[in-house]
Design a binder for this molecule. Sequence first.
Ligand code: NOJ
Length: 746
Amino acid sequence: MKKHFLIAICALLLVSCGGRNESAPANPKVAANALKHYPIVDSLLRVMTLDEKIGQLVLYTSDWDVTGPSIRSGYVDDIRSGKCGNIFNAYTAAYTRQLQEIAVNETRLGIPLLFGYDVIHGFRTIFPINLGISASWDMPLIQESARIAAREAAAAGLHWTYSPMCDICVEPRWGRISEGAGEDAFLGSEVARAMVYGYQGGDLEDPLTIAACVKHFAAYGAPHAGRDYNTVDMSERWLREFYLPPYKAAVDAGAQTAMASFNEYDGTPATANRHLLTEILRDEWGFDGFVVSDYTGVMEMINHGTSRDLEDASIQALNAGNDMDMQSGGYSEFLAKAMKEGKVSKKTLDEAVRRVLTVKARLGLFEDPYRYCSPEREAAETKTEANLLAARTLAEESCVLLKNTHNLLPLDKNSTVAVIGPLADSADDLLASWRGAGQVEGIKSLLEGIREMAGGVVYAKGCDIENPGQAGFNQAEYAARSASTVIMVLGESCDWTGEAACRTSIQLPEVQKELLRRIAATGQPIVLVLLNGRPLDLSEESELADAILEAWYPGTMGGEAVARLLFGEASPSGRLSVTFPYNLGQVPIYHYAKNTGRPYVHKGVKYESRYLDCENEPLYPFGYGLTYTTFSYSKPELSAAEFGPMGSITAKATITNTGAKEGTEVVQLYIRDMVGSVTRPVKQLKGFERVTLAPGESRTVEFEITPELISFWRKDMTFGPEAGEFRAFIGPASDCTEFATFTYNE
Ligand code: NOJ
């Protein structure tokens, strides 16, 4: 068959041209083949018809999973006719092989399909939601979780994950805050980088790695009023300083693809926003992978009101730099016509096709289109003991201990506990949204985890998650009275977070609050375990409960992990990656706020920036979290009082475990630039380190402060440092107060 001939020629060309090598990547962690040139791509481009080229820019969902509106069928025919070169939501070695065989054997050129999927916090072994993952502040373990997800996914035929989600968010109403790394650009960048390294490893051709996708580009996490898909508008300065860094970190780490977000930015939908997709992403950052739209993103430009019809939308999107059309069908239907009419140039089309084919080449698909479809590997890689152990450890590290009066936690294993609440026996909620191919069968709920650990357990559900019925309250109260400690498991249903899952309330449902009040009235000590995917208003709960453990949705091993924390087999070390306000009225609230012209410093003074009915400070600040021990900090010290463009200084503090148990502290560095050409945050996270200390043990933690670290988008929109005075704070959370002062000289 002709196509096999062609592929054979291309493969020969590939070998004879030594198409493997160009220059070594600057960052050794970036996949080595990311910079290679692939002659096979040139060869293909020379012989492809217009329709074949367009087919490579089309991405359709299979009917295995629905991750957006269901709008079309017939994807198998589209593959066969060369109209669709990429598929998502199809997995397993067997099924992807079946589809791949159609592309390879039944189309003229046999160009392999690319299989994508939302592997967001694990594929079969489900890790905690990403907001929880980020609360671990443990980059090696986060990277490991992505590596495991990649191995499991790659063995099931997948080449491409729509992750990491790099959307900074200060909006708890937005359901997708659960999918990101929280509010902070510095922490978010670290997480993004770790995830890309984890997915892509050092060699994309390695069949155990998959391509990452930076999403949702850009600023999707800032919809007005926290309503999904809503308008985003912010200054370019704010965008660059507080929103873009995690996307850029992922690109710098070698992410092969990027996804345009649903939202508009500065009046133009991201899908056709040339400023974002071409000027920033490609021209400034040097991104050389391809951009895919989000689900029907091209079509949605008609609703946005910037395109007359799908044809117009498709032309605008491709010309702006959006290479691949997910699910709209517009490229498929209209690009050939647009080319003939000169509305899209051959150069633009060829560039987009080249990018897609290059990613396929980098993944090694032209050498062996089936290298990812391995039933043996699929069986061997899935939910291995090591994978599950990593998931349990990350679940433990993601939990944040918010309160622990009189060291109520950890509990005595011999004690009898009452386990109460609508989420206590729900294994399903532990997996959260975007659970990949995770299955609930065989997963232990929190109740089951606790049962394996405690001397005795009495259980009462008490109420449903939201249904106002209180028929179970008496039994719950009875259970509470019959035990020495009460563990209440309250929170949100897992489908209240994720896509299209926004809420105008960040309180627990009234029935759960009422149940808590009722149990609190018994006077029994209460440990409140929370399962939720957004910062909640816990102002009342923080009064009623003696201890609070924020467990997010902790994943496959969540039941065991939470039980181990509660009974001291493991020790909490998570820190909030997002601020928990007193109430929704304080939102948006984040730790890098500016000082304003009237900062609130004089208690009770009227004309200062404050509320009449609430503190300015949040209930639980960014970076906050308790452990089962205590730590003291020495005053921060600097290696020198000043430095300049070619130098750096070190800020350090000595941390001592002053308690009786081993514990892990997340030591945090914040910096304040006292005077700038534009206003600067009162504090900005600029470094952190996890340190585990035995009782009585001390460790000095050092952070290097470089010109890069204190750089920002200056008045003239250049990026760099400015001379002047700075404060370096080192402490356990963003509300730390001890600092040392240094000067930067130009
Ligand atoms: C829409 C979501 O916004 C995006 O995150 C996801 O990757 C795609 N659907 C594909 O499922």
